[in-house]
Write a protein that binds this ligand. Structure first.
Ligand code: MN
Length: 736
């Protein structure tokens, strides 16, 4: 066994003791094996200080145990430099220690490869990378912080320029990170260590001053502590402790710099802390302190009522204390104290299950931490295309996409702006009509790269469509789009079903609305559960799954049907659902096709015959597509089931423009095409598509797809075309 320079045995005793202090049944064997593996691999290596290298990973693991992390994190601490500095591989680690450990080591190794530059924008760039990494497993970040802390603690034997660089980086990146994770002690220690190397003179000056005034200060702390203990006990406060200590160096230094004052003029050097057992008692003590000493205006802070974003809770007040010294007093409960010290680590929970202990995820507040980190990076300079130059592929199955505000969303690889829109909010997804990525308009099928910033453009009239299903990746988007399409389909089918049932009724001189007042519901006549509501019955008819005759026959017995004309309708049972449907239907925007009895129905025009206004038409109830309108002379009509056929007419009031295909057979002469197109434009007809071919025998076939309003217009156009010299025939496609 190795011995450190100080003569200590290098082993896992202390580490294991720390681990068992908070972990109900730790896997000590795993810890021992990780230690032995690291020890073996780092055997020939020494730190700058001359210590065996293994002292470093061991110390990192001990810091992680201080943060009360799980065995996987502790093993990661022990193994964190093996892949980078020895012949160990992540594959080997996975085999020996499992994938949890190997993934964490891999994450730490990759973080280590990122060069932090002190230049502002580079820094922000890397922050984001870290955030991206963090969003996946915060333990990687905690191991990194522990690594940095130990390196800072042992930096004395390093070259000066290296010390300076590492100190700056720690102050700029790691200390704020520890703060955002709420780990107060870690943040303060990192700050003080950085300060020591970055501003060695100022640090020494401050240390001297604090040293010189030490006994004086200790006397002061003692007298204030005693006074507080006595006064609070006299007021009946129980279960509290009072302590006082100088604030950390860096915060004193910051105050001197900010206020441009010498050390002697910094009055609130000491922070007193009162820890009690309940929130109620915190507020009580708070009040009593203001009885004892006068508070300084504007220095009273209630972080219990309004916790800091990193979870910190406490009451703060500054009072004019003995000898007219300002003193700051913090009041909090045991639990708040625990959180203030350990931060995110205070939220790890260990629970036993079936003999093995799992690390439970951080509780609900875990997400608040993450959110806070996002807010933090928002404050920074905004580097563009931050991931374009360096690929950061810690997590290959996800992409991270930012909103213009800097919120980050995790999406599956290959995700598109539609996925992103749905992950922001369902309503945003439903109305997503376009997207800008990194400031440029992109198609909705654009595939994100990690680090893209995406702005979603919405429009009131936009609705999800079927084509979206071909490219969306996230299950949320898929589910929402499907649900929407099903709903639309169902509504359409219900309207069609309503029409069909009503028509069937009218054959017996009855109306559906009236009949329903008598019998109550349509659904009741069917086997229980088959069609839970009238809507279901009507949709089934609309979809073509249920025959309208079946519905009507079941509803009215044979003999009743015969006398139905004389039948009185005294009973007035409510048929709320159907009345609602009638209302909805009439509210609908107008359509060019009318069904007898119902206006404003949604229709599709059959592609095979492209009916236009004025043509004789017929409607068919299709499976799932609602009402499809064909021309009466369309060949397809003969192949469709006659039961699905319904009578429809054009609505004289409403205009509609449908696509019509015209085939024009002409001679092949110069200027023919321009004469043809001239005839279209003279008749106000817009050509959507044109295809012109010359045949062998000197004939040309010109096919035009154009927008036509009605049969009168198409007849006029046909006449104009036939009037052109060399036009032999004009044929509207789709006619039988
Ligand atoms: Mn290290």
């Amino acid at each position: 066994m190795a011995i450190s320079l100080h003569g200590d045995a290098i082993n896992t005793d202390r580490l294991k003791a720390a681990l068992s202090s908070y972990h109900p049944n730790p896997d000590m064997d795993l810890v021992d094996r990780a230690f032995e593996y690291a020890d073996e691999h780092h055997r020939e290596q020494f730190r700058k200080s001359g210590e065996p290298y293994i002292t470093h990973p061991l110390a990192v693991a001990e810091i992680l145990a201080e943060l009360k992390l799980d065995e996987a994190s502790i093993c990661t601490g022990l193994l964190h430099d093996t892949v980078e500095d020895t012949d160990a591989t992540t594959e080997e680690l996975a085999t020996i220690f499992g994938t949890d450990v190997s993934l964490l080591v891999d994450g730490v190794t990759k973080l280590a490869q990122i060069e932090f530059s002190t230049r502002e924008e580079k820094m922000a760039e890397n922050f984001r990378k870290m955030l991206v990494a963090m969003a996946k497993d915060i333990r990687v970040l905690l191991v990194k912080l522990a690594d940095r802390l130990h390196n800072m603690r042992t930096m004395a034997s390093m070259r000066e320029d290296k010390q300076l660089r590492i100190a700056s980086e720690t102050l700029d990146i790691y200390a704020p990170l520890a703060n955002r994770l709420g780990i107060g002690w870690l943040k303060m220690e990192l700050e003080d260590l950085s300060f020591r190397y970055k501003e060695p003179e100022a640090y020494r000056h401050l240390a001297d001053k604090l040293g010189q005034t030490r006994s004086e200060r200790e006397g002061f702390i003692e007298s204030v502590t005693e006074r507080l203990q006595r006064e609070l006990s006299e007021r009946g406060v129980e279960n509290f402790t009072v302590s006082g200590r100088p604030k950390h160096f860096f915060s004193i230094y910051k105050k001197m710099v900010a206020k441009k004052i010498p050390f002697e003029e910094v009055h609130d050097l000491i922070a007193f802390r009162i820890i009690t057992d309940s929130v109620r008692s915190c507020y009580e003590i708070f009040g009593y302190i203001h009885e004892i000493w006068r508070p300084v205006m504007r220095r009273v802070k209630d972080y219990i009522g309004m916790p800091k974003p990193n979870g910190y809770r406490s009451l703060h007040t500054t009072v004019i204390g003995p000898q007219a010294h300002r003193i700051e007093i913090q009041i909090r409960t045991d639990f708040m104290h625990h959180v203030a010290e350990d931060g995110i680590a205070a939220h790890w929970k260990y629970k036993e299950s079936g003999g093995s202990t799992e690390r439970a995820e951080v509780d609900g507040e875990g997400f608040a931490w993450l959110r806070q980190l996002m807010d933090w990076q928002r404050e920074l300079e905004d580097p563009t295309d931050f991931l374009d130059s360096v690929r950061f592929d810690l997590f290959v199955d996800e992409v991270f996409v930012f909103t213009p505000n800097g919120d980050v969303f995790e999406l599956p690889r290959g995700a598109t702006p539609i996925d992103f829109a749905f992950s922001i909010h369902s309503d945003v997804g439903m109305r997503c009509s376009g997207a800008k990525v990194n400031g440029r308009i992109v198609p909705l099928r654009y595939r994100f790269k990690s680090g893209d910033t995406c702005e979603i453009i919405t429009s009131k009239n936009q609705k999800p469509n079927k084509a979206w299903l071909e490219f969306v990746k996230s299950s949320k988007a898929r589910t929402k789009i499907r649900a929407y399409l099903r709903k639309v389909e169902r509504e359409r089918s219900r309207e069609i079903g309503l029409e069909l049932v009503d028509r069937e009724m009218r054959r017996f001189g009855l109306s559906l609305q009236k009949t329903l007042k008598d019998v109550g519901t349509l659904a009741a006549q069917f086997k229980e559960g088959k069609y839970p509501s009238d809507d279901d019955v009507l949709s089934a008819v609309g979809y073509g799954r249920l025959n309208p005759q079946q519905v009507v026959e079941g509803l009215i017995p044979e003999e009743a049907r015969a006398q139905s004309n004389e039948r009185s309708t005294e009973t007035t049972k409510e048929s709320g659902t159907l009345n609602k449907i009638f209302e909805n239907v009439s509210k609908r925007s107008t359509s060019a096709v009318k069904l007898e009895g119902i206006e404003n129905i949604l229709v599709h025009y059959a592609r095979c015959c492209s009916p236009i206004k004025g043509d004789d038409i017929v409607g068919f109830v299709s499976r799932g597509r609602g009402l499809v309108v064909h021309r009466s002379d369309c060949d397809r009509v003969l192949t469709l089931e006659p039961e699905r056929r319904i009578h429809v007419t054009w609505d004289a009031e409403t205009d509609v423009q449908n696509a019509v295909t015209l085939r024009v057979i002409t001679s092949d002469r110069p200027g023919m095409l321009s004469d043809l197109t001239g005839a279209f434009s003279k008749n106000g007809v817009n050509i959507q598509q044109a295809d012109c071919r010359v045949l062998k025998e000197g004939h040309a076939v010109n096919t035009f797809v154009c927008g036509i309003r009605n049969t009168a217009q198409v007849r006029q156009l046909e006449k104009a075309l036939l009037g052109i010299d060399g036009v032999f025939e004009v044929r509207r496609e789709g006619r039988a």
